[in-house]
Design a protein around this ligand. Sequence first.
Ligand code: HEC
Ligand code: HEC
Length: 414
Amino acid sequence: MKKITLLSATLLALLAGLSSCFEKIEFAGELSTPVLPEKVLDYDGIGASLPDHLKSEFARARGNVFQLPSNFPNGNNNGGNVFFPNDPVSIDFNGNVINAPKNPRITDDGATLGRVLFYDTRLSINNSISCASCHHQSAAFADPAQFSKGFGGKVTPRNSMAIVNSALNSNLFWDSRAKSVSHLALQPVQNHIEMGMESMEVLVKKLAATSFYPGLFAKAYKTQDIKAEKIAEALAQFVCSIASKDSKFDQGMSSKFANFNALEKMGMEIFNGDKAKCGSCHSGANFAAADDPMMGGEYSAPEVAGTAVIGLELQAKDKGKDNGSFRIPSLRNIALTGPYMHDGRFKTLDEVIEHYNSGIQNHPQLDKKLRSGNGGPLRMNLNALEKKALIAFLHTLSDEKMTVDERFSNPFLD
Ligand code: HEC
Ligand code: HEC
């Protein structure tokens, strides 16, 4: 019972958007139908194709999304978390124990249904917006626009995030307000979706009236019955399946980076070194925050782990999680996902590097890693070659295959 409530909440938040206007609901049975291959595409097999350095991250993820070898080091194939073996119990920012839902186990038919839902504009009230309107595969599921257009011309207040290895995140959204993809909705996702779909009943009816959804639900869930929580679950399966795992960096891991040129190697050293310290926040095989706040550990104090203030301005306009602290995002595919930062303020990686190099502002909560010995904001004083090298290294984190992978592509041809 509880589970259903959670999932429904997830779904509502995923889909409800916050638009208050009611428009005429168009059932639009004449909208296009997806074109799917006869043999279902392989999503579960993505787990087996992960390189070892990512398998171990997925083995620690909140929920066993892929089948991994049960003896995998650190593996916890019960779908838990090695730090909290009996997870799902987790604790929120205020110290309250909450039940953070695990991510769903991916099935080929479930993720296929999720793929169709992700690309279907029927999920918005006037059939104009799909998840993919703001999360573009060609941009590693980010939006090349600074802010995205939602239903009725509304614009998101933050830059659309890339979707990449989301199953590894226990701190989703710029303000770190969700603990798992399945948790997206336990906290308000105001201004996230803007799809204007206020009533799940309406959506369920809309999907049931199509020629293809009942069949897709039957394949995924063994019954044609379309339910709100199944829509949410299938979407979560698809989102969790979007894995970035085949970048030049990933390929280099097994050959001591024999595939890197001198500039990229130099950039990797700067990234991980004391002068720039990038790797102390964008850490691990996913180049992201360590984990959710309660993981604490060596990264930072519990109240900021997973998020940080990087001194974009003296006084934060958008408070993020707290007074201007934002989620430490993954840098995988970063060369594909501009513009950058929660408000898309930087168009290029050069501008990002120049911020860290010379532009850090003395915000009261500026992360101590970005302060110099005397307490003021760090000035990295990188020379032109060092900056170039850092950018060359960041480019090695792109997995271009992901951006053309049929499994993640739009099944609606028109
Ligand atoms: C109108 C644009 C828009 C639409 C439509 C949209 N998103 Fe988003 N998405 C965003 C923005 C903006 C953010 C960051 C919001 C924030 O941090 O407050 C985001 C964040 C996310 C994240 C968090 C990623 C992370 O790493 O933390 C996920 C997952 C996501 N969206 C999935 C979806 C799904 C699934 C749908 C469709 C049901 C969808 N989005 C529809 C704009 C959109
Ligand atoms: C103290 C932790 C910390 C350090 C050190 C750090 N970052 Fe970040 N980084 C963040 C946070 C937090 C954000 C998101 C800030 C925001 O949007 O307001 C971010 C954002 C970024 C982004 C934009 C991501 C996106 O999706 O828009 C890039 C690129 C980036 N950092 C690269 C680097 C590089 C390169 C270095 C080293 C020169 C570095 N970072 C050092 C915490 C850190």
